[in-house]
Write a protein that binds this ligand. Structure first.
Ligand SMILES: Nc1ncnc2c1ncn2[C@@H]1O[C@H](COP(=O)(O)OP(=O)(O)OP(=O)(O)O)[C@@H](O)[C@H]1O
Ligand SMILES: [Mg+2]
Length: 248
């Protein structure tokens, strides 16, 4: 990687391009024409009130839900309607709002299982690195079900890291976790971005958004209403009043 590529990708080429993405559940317009771009190696924040379609957008991009219409271009591939497995193999990983762990398996086994879904080569070394990155070494042999809620969020994040994705979608990975764990996650995101990974993160904690995101995309009622830097978004008082999500 060139040194230039290690700076925040303010003007970088897009790794993800979403155009006019529609998904209705019965009468609910979960996404109602979403259009957005995420640039290579940036940390983009996705914010918006409850029910504005953020998690649905992740499911559409990650292939767990098929869109009604629209385009999703990831790393040069048209992926709208492709299976979650196919999208993962192209280098995209996501976490779930509620951690999707193998509860009866240990922390290490959970990490290895994630590697098995992606690239197995060097999995044991990567599991050790991931345990260190997320400070989970002391619970490596504990069952996932015995972890605290915050540790489960860390492990969910670790499973996404183990897939060696080029784009990682994080769905409220810091929600409800202790500030110490939030700090670990924040530092890990920053370090992984330095290694070339792009992040799109759904986040309700504005301090987290301010400190980690290069750019913020605001959704409301199934659409993107604006995007910009944190200070640009904060200066937009209409967005502040209307769109900045539930109170902390
Ligand atoms: N599988 C589904 N079936 C029916 N309705 C759904 C489904 N998934 C999402 N919805 C609805 O679509 C809308 C958008 O939901 P979504 O979970 O994407 O919002 P969100 O922005 O992630 O909200 P939150 O901040 O609460 O997580 C909501 O009205 C939700 O109830
Ligand atoms: Mg959600």
């Amino acid at each position: 990687m060139s040194p230039a590529a290690q700076t925040p990708a303010a003007g970088g080429e897009p790794i993800l391009v979403v155009r006019d993405l529609y998904k209705h559940f019965g009468g609910i317009k979960a996404t109602n024409g979403v259009t957005l771009e995420v640039r290579r190696q940036e940390i983009a924040g996705l914010i918006g009130p409850n029910g504005s379609g953020k998690s649905t957008l992740f499911s559409l991009v990650a292939g767990t839900v098929a869109p009604d219409s629209g385009q999703i271009r990831f790393d040069g591939h048209e992926i709208a309607g492709k299976s979650a497995h196919a999208v993962a193999r192209l280098g995209l990983a996501r976490t779930f709002q509620i951690p999707a762990l193998f509860e009866n398996m240990t922390v290490t086994e959970n990490l290895l299982a994630a590697a098995a879904e992606g690239r197995w080569q060097g999995a044991r070394e990567r599991a050790a690195e991931t345990l260190a990155l997320l400070r989970l070494e002391h619970v490596a042999e504990n069952r996932a079900s015995d972890l605290s809620g915050g540790q489960q969020k860390l492990l969910e994040f670790g499973r996404a890291v183990m897939r060696q994705a080029s784009l990682v979608l994080l769905d409220e990975v810091t929600a409800g976790v202790h500030p110490n764990i939030r700090k670990i996650i924040l530092e890990a995101i920053t370090r992984l971005r330095e290694r070339g990974i792009t992040f799109l993160i759904i986040e309700h904690d504005m301090e987290m958004v301010r400190s980690v995101c290069d750019r913020i995309i605001v959704m409301d009622s199934g659409r993107v209403v604006t995007s910009g830097t944190f200070s640009e978004i904060v200066r937009n008082s209409e967005v502040m009043q209307t769109y900045l999500g539930r109170p902390q």
